[in-house]
Ligand binder design. Structure first.
Ligand SMILES: C[S@@+](CC[C@H](N)C(=O)[O-])C[C@H]1O[C@@H](n2cnc3c(N)ncnc32)[C@H](O)[C@@H]1O
Length: 277
């Protein structure tokens, strides 16, 4: 590899102003532009909203997202760090799960070898593709997505931020054309009204990542239970501690429903999970 030589400027003044001051001013201007974006167009993106919440939190405003009350667990406690996994499309976009979460999920899939996997919320199919890459050769993945333009007709209340992810260009674009697509069945509909019947009792792992409202998370969880084979297997939820509705629903399930007493929150990620044995 060729290493470029960098020549340091002789003078640390430019037109009478110290370069340090100019650099700081440039950075402040950049931050100002970013803040204007964050408070306007950026509000459509979770990451930008999270920054706004962080600013409000920093200045003492109570966060709209409830405090997580599900017990935390280290990723390495629930998945062996030496598990070899395949990572497809490591670079995500807003709407995909964080890389650390993807790694934990793929470790779980490699370790527990679920034959039936159901995902609620396909989006661009990055997680679907990775699940297909790490599941056994006979495993089948079904992924459900709400077609673009239908969020306003959803049967249950949605979160105002849901629309940004519903208007994706092509649902499942990341697995289209991949040889792994033969393991994936793509289905469309609203998870509140979708007929899960044909898939009931056939899944070993369900990943819930559709609408982020409290009502949808509870409804999707109820459906996920019906999908599990003999009532056994894993339910995974994305966005715990990130979205108000998801966090409130999971806090409530864990705190009030004995069925969910063993729910765990994977430390450093927005992943919550439970294994029904
Ligand atoms: C955050 S994205 C999912 C990200 C994806 N699971 C991943 O890991 O990359 C949420 C997806 O759920 C879909 N969705 C929202 N409401 C839904 C509903 N009621 N039924 C089914 N899918 C829904 C959205 O259209 C969007 O594609």
């Amino acid at each position: 590899m060729r290493i470029m030589r960098v020549t340091c400027p002789q003078s640390n003044h430019l037109g009478g102003l110290p370069i340090r001051v100019l650099r700081t001013a440039k950075k402040y201007l950049y931050a100002l532009g970013s803040a204007i974006y964050m408070f306007t167009l950026g509000m459509r993106h979770t990451r930008e909203r999270m920054h706004v919440y962080q600013i409000a939190d920093w200045h003492g405003y109570p966060s709209p997202v409830p405090t997580c009350t599900v017990p935390e667990v280290e990723a390495d406690e629930i998945s062996d760090p030496t598990t070899a996994i395949e990572l497809r499309h490591p670079i995500g976009v807003d709407g995909n799960v964080p890389l650390a979460q993807l790694v934990v999920m793929m470790r779980l899939i490699r370790t527990h070898d679920p034959q039936g996997i159901f995902e609620i919320g396909t989006f661009d199919g990055r997680t679907t593709l990775n699940m297909a890459a790490n599941a056994g050769s006979d495993a089948r993945i079904v992924t459900l997505d709400l077609p673009a333009g239908q969020i306003q007709d959803a049967a249950l209340p949605t979160d105002v931020g849901d629309s940004a992810y519903s208007e994706k260009a092509a649902s499942g674009a990341r697995f289209k054309g991949s040889p792994l697509a033969s393991k994936i069945t793509q289905v469309f509909g609203d998870s509140a009204t979708f007929d899960f019947g044909p898939h009931a009792g056939q899944m070993d792992l369900v990943f819930i990542d559709g609408s982020h409202s409290y009502e949808y998370v509870l409804s999707d969880t109820e459906n996920a239970r019906k999908l599990l084979r003999n009532g056994k297997g894993w339910i995974l939820w994305d966005d715990y501690g990130i979205w108000e509705g998801v966090t409130r629903a999971l806090n409530e399930l864990h705190g009030t429903n004995p069925d969910y007493a063993d729910m765990l929150h994977v430390k450093g990620t927005p992943l919550a999970l439970i294994q029904f044995c």
